[in-house]
Ligand binder design. Structure first.
Ligand SMILES: Nc1ncnc2c1ncn2[C@@H]1O[C@H](COP(=O)(O)OP(=O)(O)OP(=O)(O)O)[C@@H](O)[C@H]1O
Ligand SMILES: [Mg+2]
Length: 237
């Protein structure tokens, strides 16, 4: 087990977003959490990244280290947990290359950084062609590639992905998931949250279903794709 989440509770003021969820992710695995609007998917990723506080009693561990001892920036630079947030959050007034360089500011391994950048440009050749372009002028799909590339550059033991399919045309969506598979193949664990349940379950090995801040189902992805409850609620069948 690489990531352990136990009894995770998060509230925003009086609104309870997560009611004590528990799950684990194995090293090298692709795990997905699917759910509807407002179910708590983004909150789960934000809690792991320490972007929102977890309530007492929550347990978050990465390779047996207590994540709660780390600040949001150290979660990335020391633990290697990267996060592709909802809405991409790239720097529009900086170039593609500057966005990638900024992601590495806390890294000391200069030689490896150049190799990683080359790897990202080989993976997303469109980004390489546009490396001196201002990120704000990239298309939505290209911005999503940059968001993933930037996360990869910041650290890549595990990547937390918040709806990477959002706003992408079907073909580009498939390209994006192919790229994510490549990232996984070279050793990065993937925790993906998605509203697009079919896509997510075809991509992942294992999945959980989140409803109103609680995990309600768990299983191998193929099994969930076949589950009558999942089909009815999430697959439009
Ligand atoms: N900053 C915030 N302040 C107050 N409430 C919030 C905040 N962020 C999220 N919430 C609430 O927490 C709950 C879970 O939200 P979250 O963003 O985790 O859902 P989600 O599953 O990612 O939804 P979506 O698919 O729409 O992105 C929702 O009820 C939402 O309104
Ligand atoms: Mg969300």
């Amino acid at each position: 087990m690489q990531l352990k989440v136990e009894n995770l509770k998060v509230s925003y003021g009086n609104i309870k977003a997560l009611h004590g969820i528990s799950f684990t992710v194995d090293q090298g695995e692709i795990l997905t959490i699917i759910g509807a609007n407002g179910a708590g998917k983004s909150t789960t990723l934000r809690a792991i990244s320490r972007m929102v506080p977890s309530e007492s009693g929550s347990v978050l561990e990465f390779n047996n280290e207590n994540i709660l001892k780390y600040s949001a920036d150290k979660v990335v630079s020391k633990l290697g947990i990267s996060h592709v947030p909802e809405g991409r959050r790239i720097f529009g007034n900086l170039t593609v290359t500057e966005n990638l360089d900024l992601a590495c500011f806390a890294r000391k391994d200069r030689g490896q950084i150049e190799k990683d950048k080359k790897w990202v440009f080989d993976l997303f050749t469109r980004l390489e062609e546009r490396k001196d372009q201002l990120a704000g002028t990239l298309s939505g799909g290209e911005q999503q590639m940059l968001a993933v590339g930037r996360a990869y550059m910041s650290g890549h033991k595990i990547m937390l992905l918040d709806e990477p399919s959002m706003g992408l045309a079907p073909l580009l969506m498939l390209d994006m998931f192919k790229a994510l598979k490549e990232i996984n193949k070279q050793g990065t664990t993937i925790l993906l949250v998605e509203q697009n349940a079919r896509l997510a379950l075809k991509f992942a090995q294992r999945g959980y279903v989140i409803e109103n801040g609680s995990l309600v189902l768990e299983g191998p992805a193929e099994q969930l794709l076949d589950d009558p409850q999942v089909k009815k609620a999430y697959l439009g069948a």
